[in-house]
Design a protein around this ligand. Structure first.
Ligand SMILES: C[S@@+](CC[C@H](N)C(=O)[O-])C[C@H]1O[C@@H](n2cnc3c(N)ncnc32)[C@H](O)[C@@H]1O
Length: 211
């Protein structure tokens, strides 16, 4: 159904309706304007740092509206499985691939990867975090790095259902958050290196390299 993508497209087409997320007992309205930021002042320090760190051919995984690509100097292409969001990205003159990242293959490898907005957890399970890491490894040039911004949590990791409510329809998706030390241990056990570049406002910026 892709209610998230549809709500953002309606907002983009100036026909906004409220979007609600319910996580456990907590139901709240999601402010979709954050996916349409066009002013550099609206981005966090971590995000601005990530934008400058990406270099060469860059793949932005779970790119959404790509509203931040204008701040990136590298040759960036987004990948997102939402046709609605890729339609918005096109209006922002961003390059995107309409595909599920897990099914994506390419002969052209990438020098950098970025994952913003807690999106390492988009597969909704620890197994899918590993699948995503292996996918990045497959798509990497020698010496490539991935830069991710994740919400930090105290538990090693946490999976949760998000019930999305929009325009009288509901849909459930699964998401995951992961603690930075736990993620680094996991990567270390795969002989993949990582370093925390900064931590602030409950988020961490991690570089993953030596795939
Ligand atoms: C939280 S949003 C982040 C969007 C953008 N990176 C940002 O920070 O504004 C997560 C994005 O991941 C996309 N997504 C979820 N599962 C995906 C998958 N399996 N393959 C590709 N994209 C996916 C969603 O459509 C959504 O646009």
């Amino acid at each position: 159904m892709d209610l998230f993508g549809k709500s953002l497209l309606d907002f983009h087409l100036k026909n906004p309706k409220p979007l609600f997320f319910k996580i456990g007992d907590n139901k709240f309205e999601r402010d979709v304007s954050q996916y349409f930021r066009r002013d550099i002042k609206l981005f966090s320090q971590e995000e601005l740092e990530l934008f400058t760190l990406c270099n060469g051919r860059t793949l932005d995984i779970g790119s959404g509206t790509c509203n931040y690509h204008f701040l990136m100097k590298s040759d960036v292409v987004g990948i997102d499985n939402s046709t609605y969001l890729n339609q918005i990205a096109k209006d922002f003159n961003a390059k995107t691939i309409n595909s599920d990242i897990y099914n994506f293959n390419s002969d052209h490898k990438f020098d950098s990867f970025c994952i913003l907005g807690n999106s390492l957890g988009l597969g909704g399970s620890l197994e899918n975090v590993l699948n995503l890491i292996f996918k990045i490894k497959d798509l990497s040039t020698p010496g490539a790095s991935a830069y991710i911004i994740q919400k930090d949590i105290s538990a090693p990791y946490e999976t949760y259902d998000i019930e999305i409510e929009y325009n009288n329809f509901t849909e459930k998706i699964q998401w995951l958050s992961i603690n930075r030390f736990y993620l680094m241990e996991l990567l270390n056990s795969l002989n993949i290196k990582s370093e925390v570049l900064s931590v602030s406002s409950g988020n961490y910026l991690l570089r993953i390299y030596n795939f």
